[in-house]
Ligand binder design. Sequence first.
Ligand code: SF4
Length: 431
Amino acid sequence: MTATAPRYMTRFRCLADACEDTCCAGLVVTVSEARWKRLRDAVAGGPDAARVDAFIRPDDGSGPGAEAAVIAKREDGHCAFLDERKLCSLHRAHGEAVLPDACATFPRVATRWGERLEVVGSLACPEVARLCLLAEDGVELGPASEDVAVRPEIARRIGGDAWTEHAEAVRAVAVRLLQRREVPFASRLFALGQLALRLDGFYFRGTEAFSRGAESLPTEQPQAAVSDEAETLLADVLRSFDAPETLTELHDGFSALVLPGGPWAGICATVLKSRMGSVRSERFGTFARAVLASYGGAESPDEVWRIHSERRQQLNPVLADRVEQYFRQHAVNHWLRHPFTDAPTLLDYVFRLTLRASVLRWALFGHPTVVALCESGAEDAARLDAAAVECFQLIAKHVEQAPELHSLAQGLAGQGGAETLGRMLVLLKGL
Ligand code: SF4
């Protein structure tokens, strides 16, 4: 078994009590039946037995990723087992082996691609966000020691059908597109949307095109391609999107489109507001209130768009390059951290990534530090970096995987195909 990881993951060390956040703050921590039993066995007859009985309760199944049990939270959103130094009291007394999988592995996410184990980090951890976003080479995949994974035995396995067997090849082209800096970030996402649309008719979850052959391919494809195998068509499409002229042509077409920014600003504000009532985290609450206040309460989408675009024009050009890096690294890490094969189609995945990037862009330019940098025109990369880490980490932790964002994305995306790509344009124009 070989292991790979982005460079930032090989540099990662948990900051423990020096961390500005706590892994479990504001999140639901679930416990599997096996880990629950193991923990009960470990504390049996000791001083922690009563606490484990009281604070770990059967999961009612209402949350995402339901398991046998969930750990209770204190009023401030922190885990009931956290001690006064912000460290886990169960870990300290009984060791790593008794922890639920989510606690033991966070912020690492391990996936098996065939024989290869890939370990990526979650930007919900501020140290991962820092290492991933701020180092130019942070998201480069390279060999890593298997020690980079914790509990590799629970790594997800990707593969087993045509949708997943071709996923690495598709992902590689997508990641290369995202890294092509000769056109703006929004144009690269638009190109990803076009790539997804080209594949939409025959490459999706549950596709049988690869087993039945040419007759299941979409008829609107060129005749020569229709007569080929699905593998050949897939390879042709991927090759064409690797060609520099494809991206340039798509960029030319995309940049000629004129769309209003108000709807984009309205969608971003809706996402943030939807989370404010349900997240129990003082850090997130303070951040979200500051962002909304900076946009005057975000009641008028057109006015919010005016404020937002003005700030972006004011930002020092050196810092604008830095912002491009954050979004590029975030998007690449998203492809590594969240296999697109979890989505029903590639287009659905790209649409949701575009929505996430939109909310991040809008929130970043509402961060008080970024607002001050825009207004002064100062070239203070360290302050911008600190604001970006806070923004990306809090949004990753409390917004990006939230049910509110998923249901909004579902409604916005429409019926799929050209309709979804058309709706994606509204989001892209704000990026
Ligand atoms: S959020 Fe990251 S750095 Fe902070 S305590 Fe958790 S794993 Fe460590």
